[in-house]
Design a protein around this ligand. Structure first.
Ligand SMILES: NCc1ccc(-c2ccccc2)nc1
Length: 240
């Protein structure tokens, strides 16, 4: 997979070259290009924004600059264009799974009040364009959202996670939140590891873990429980 990010703050994307993701890039499992939008300005002030038509607060990012940048970065290769925005469709684990199958993702990071809508409209004429939100809060720009989405996608690529099973078993893959996890020591500050986890009884352990996941999901994310298909819960599960 190739990932390109266009932004006025390239330094914000430096964490993508650290740790697990950095190793995936070095191993050639994913290619990453980060591009400074201002490289496609032609004025001495390198202006990337202008006042909004119709008035209102803040500034809007200019379509011409974005058009030149995206044309240059996209070239002729097909790609999915992703624009992080608070006004977007929710980015979920299902989105990450779907995008993990893409050959190429290009992220356009907005700042100010966002990017002139015609940029999305123009590119949507020739490629899939997703305006996505990572949550109901407003950031100062799209870069942090890109860090989140790139990590969620790249960790699903073959060879990236040391233990690929965990990509299937982590939260949301079975529709429930992950339950509590424990490691040594067995007692820490007067708090003990639940006995069942040390019992060696794998059926009991699996049941206990599912019960904790159901309990946590019911308490913290009842919306996820409501969204579960009927067959996903057995009779014992329905106690929650
Ligand atoms: N859903 C999180 C999110 C994503 C992007 C932005 C944003 C803010 C300002 C300009 C451009 C994008 N805010 C929140």
């Amino acid at each position: 997979m190739r990932i390109d990010v266009v932004t006025i703050f390239p330094g914000y994307l430096a964490p993508l070259r650290e740790a697990l993701l950095g190793r995936a890039i070095e191993a050639g499992l994913v290619e990453l290009g980060v591009h400074d939008l201002r490289d496609w300005t032609h004025d001495v002030h390198q202006a990337v924004d202008d006042s909004p038509y119709g008035g209102g607060p803040g500034m809007v990012m200019r379509p011409q600059v974005w058009g030149e940048a995206l044309d240059a970065v996209l070239g002729d290769a097909p790609a999915r264009l992703v624009v992080p925005t608070p006004a977007g469709r929710p980015f979920t684990q299902a989105t990450a799974q779907a995008w993990a199958g893409e050959e190429r993702l290009v992220f356009a990071c907005g700042r100010y009040e966002g990017i002139d809508q015609r940029v999305v409209d123009a590119y949507a004429q020739r490629m899939p364009v997703d305006e996505v939100s990572i949550g109901d809060y407003v950031l100062v720009g799209g870069e942090v959202a890109v860090l989140v989405m790139v990590e969620a996608v790249v960790r699903l690529l073959p060879g990236v996670l040391g233990n690929p099973v965990s990509a299937q078993e982590d939260s949301f893959s079975d529709g429930l939140l992950e339950g509590p996890a424990y490691t040594r020591p067995v007692s820490w500050r007067g708090l003990d590891v639940p006995d069942v986890l040390r019992s060696g009884n794998h059926a009991a352990i699996a049941r206990w873990r599912r019960d904790r996941a159901l309990e946590r999901t019911a308490a913290r994310r009842p919306d996820l429980l409501d969204a579960l298909p009927d067959h996903a819960l057995d009779r014992t599960d329905r106690a929650f």
